[in-house]
Structure formats: C-alpha cells, structure tokens
Design a protein around this ligand. Structure first.
Ligand SMILES: [Zn+2]
Length: 363
C-alpha cells in the first residue's frame, strides 16, 4: 500500500491530528478487554509472518470503521519523499569519519548506514533492522485516540531510539534503513500498483541480510509490530530460526530480547502478555507467494535455499514483535515516546548481555 507517512514520533502525532497519543492507563486500572485476548498463535498469526515476509497485508480491526485517511503515493522506487527531512541519523552518519552508507549498488539511498560508537569502542557491530518501509507500510494500527499509525514508522522510531543507546555503550550500529524507503533498490517486476511483488519483497529482505553480512554484525535484531484479526490480540513474541549453524545463539538472543523488552515495558505497569519465543517455521502465517510458501521460513533469518535465497544472514538473529498495534492500547504504547524508549532500552540490555564476552557466547 502506498505510504508516505511522516516518521518521527512528533510527526506521527501531527499526522494524527496534532494532539498527542494518550498515555496508557495506570497499572492498577482494570482493563477488562484483556480477558478476551488470545495468544499470538494461532489466532493472531494471520498477518505476522506475512508482514515479516514483506507483503502489504492490512487487517482492519473488526467492528471498527475503515481508516479512511487518504495515503499519498510514493515514488516507484520506494525512495524517501523529497518533502521529508532526512533523519538525524543520516546527517550524523554522513559527517562521521567512519560512518555513513555502506557503498553497494543493491542498497537504496539512506539504506544500510553505519553509525560509529560514541562510547569506548567495543569493536562489535549490531545490525538493527526497522521492518518494512517505502511502498510497504506494514500493519496499519490505530491508537486509543483513534489515530492511524504505520508499522513502518514505528519500527524506524524504535531503531532510532535504540541506536544511540547502543552506540553509547560502545557498539557500532548499522541500520538497514534510516528513512521511509526500501532497503533494496527496486527495479522491473519488484512493484505492482505501488506494492511489493513477491520478487520485490524477496529482494528487499535479501538486501537487509546482505547489509548485515557486509557490516559483519555480531547480532541481527529486526524490529516489527504485530497485527491481529481482532483488537483483542495482544502481547509480545520473538522469532528466531532453528536450523542455522548458530541457532542456539539465535535462541539465546531471542530469549534475551523477549525477556528484557517485556521487563522494560511491564516495569512501567503496562501488563503486556508474554507470547513467547517461536521458531520461524512454526510461527505460521500467510505466505506472499508460492516460492515464499515453499521456503517456509523468514528470509532474514533462515537458511539458503536453492533458487530462492542464495545469501542468507550469517549471524545470530531474531525478529521482535513487542506489541500488537491492532490493539489500540498497545498501539498507543508503540506510538508514544515512553513506549519507544522502553522497547529501545530492552533491546539494548538484551544485546549487551548477548555480546558480553563470556564462554557461553563463544562462537
Ligand atoms: Zn512487520
């Protein structure tokens, strides 16, 4: 679906009508709808993996009016709109002595950007992948205030919140994208009527893996937000691939992310359900095309497959889905500064623990 939503949290609020996203209720305030919630699997799985695969697949919350706000078209390349100011990360990266885009013809402008550490150098790289972008907004959520929010904007805000924290701890950070764009360069057959084809979605995900590999990242963290068929679907899930040579380490990373992000959010009293760590084959979902269905895993995490995926990611990785943005309560957290900071802090704690030089972390 075409998308040119503004990307910063401030812009999100402006796009929603100029008022701020209301804070979630205090922890002791009963929220009866919780009792209606189902776990992510299988009831809410319909959209999750589809969106991870890059498809544009929007589930409107049942019983709600359609989100009628018109969505302006983006350029066929999926590149950032000229009217949108460049994210601070881009300008900073361009000015840094060792930062900036990794030069590779596969990457769109503003994609695959290196950010050097600002703290004492740990000589380790963390790859942060804000899911979706450009022609692919991901899930369209709705806040308690009735404002539509794009998954692609929220994932970027989360990554841009986590990046400076990781850099401050001495990590080099590589962002798959820094604006509202694809990561891969789109060409013939990659887009149809402004949305990804299966080929385009695969190219974009393959470019993300290529960026992580070129960056020689020690850990890959892909950030998504979940979608359910009902506003009652809620909770956090983290996904890893269980057939890679480094799958044990991916599971450790995924478990740390699940634990630390939930602890960070729920330490603020939000009561986000724990839907667990799952492997990318059992996560279910709807494939975007026959080839994706045959592959049966997440391209960003999974193994090579002849004729489909030649260059898989080469490091431990996980996909986090901290919140369901089709649940207005969770969407309001995802769209708010406190929620973004809480999730970012959880990511940083998990990654930092994962990358500590202990025997259990040895390659
Ligand atoms: Zn997603």
């Amino acid at each position: 679906m075409p998308d040119s939503e503004p990307l910063s949290l401030v812009s999100l609020r402006e796009a929603g009508g100029g008022d701020s996203v209301p804070p979630p209720p205090p922890p002791d305030e009963p929220r009866p709808q919780r009792s209606l919630r189902r776990l992510w699997w299988p009831g809410a799985a319909v959209a999750g993996v589809t969106l991870l695969a890059g498809a544009v697949f929007v589930l409107a919350p049942s019983g709600r009016p359609a989100l009628g706000r018109p969505r302006p078209a983006v350029s066929p390349s999926g590149g950032p709109s000229a009217a949108r100011p460049a994210p601070a990360a881009v300008a900073e990266a361009a000015s840094g002595p060792i930062g900036g885009p990794i030069p590779d013809a596969r990457f769109a402008p503003g994609a695959c950007v290196v950010l050097p550490p600002t703290g004492a150098d740990r000589h380790q790289t963390v790859f942060l992948d804000p899911g979706h972008g450009g022609p692919d907004p991901g899930t369209i959520g709705i806040t308690e205030g009735g404002h539509a929010v794009d998954e692609s904007a929220l994932t970027l805000s989360t990554a841009l919140a986590a990046a400076p924290l990781l850099r401050g701890q001495g990590y080099r950070v590589v962002l798959s994208r820094t604006g509202n764009s694809t990561v891969g360069v789109m060409g013939a057959g990659d887009l149809l009527s402004g949305t990804f084809t299966g080929q385009g979605a695969l190219k974009d995900l393959t470019a993300r893996a290529a960026c992580a590999n070129l960056a020689r990242a020690a850990a890959l963290v892909s950030i998504h937000y979940n979608a359910g068929g009902s506003p009652a679907n809620a909770g956090m899930v983290t996904i890893y691939d269980d057939v890679r040579p480094f799958s044990a380490r991916s599971l450790r990373l995924a478990s740390l992310l699940q634990t630390e992000i939930l602890a960070s959010m729920n330490g603020r009293g939000w009561g986000i359900p724990d839907s667990g760590v799952r492997n990318d084959a059992s996560a279910g979902g709807t494939a975007i095309d026959a080839a994706d269905r045959a592959y049966g895993r997440l391209v960003l995490l999974g193994p090579a497959a002849e004729g489909y995926l030649a260059t898989p990611s080469e490091m431990p990785g996980a996909v986090v889905e901290p919140l369901f943005i089709t649940d207005p309560f969770e969407a309001s957290i995802a769209a708010g500064a406190a929620g973004q900071q809480a999730i970012a802090a959880g990511i940083v704690r998990a990654v930092d623990t994962f990358l500590q030089p202990t025997p259990s972390n040895a390659p």
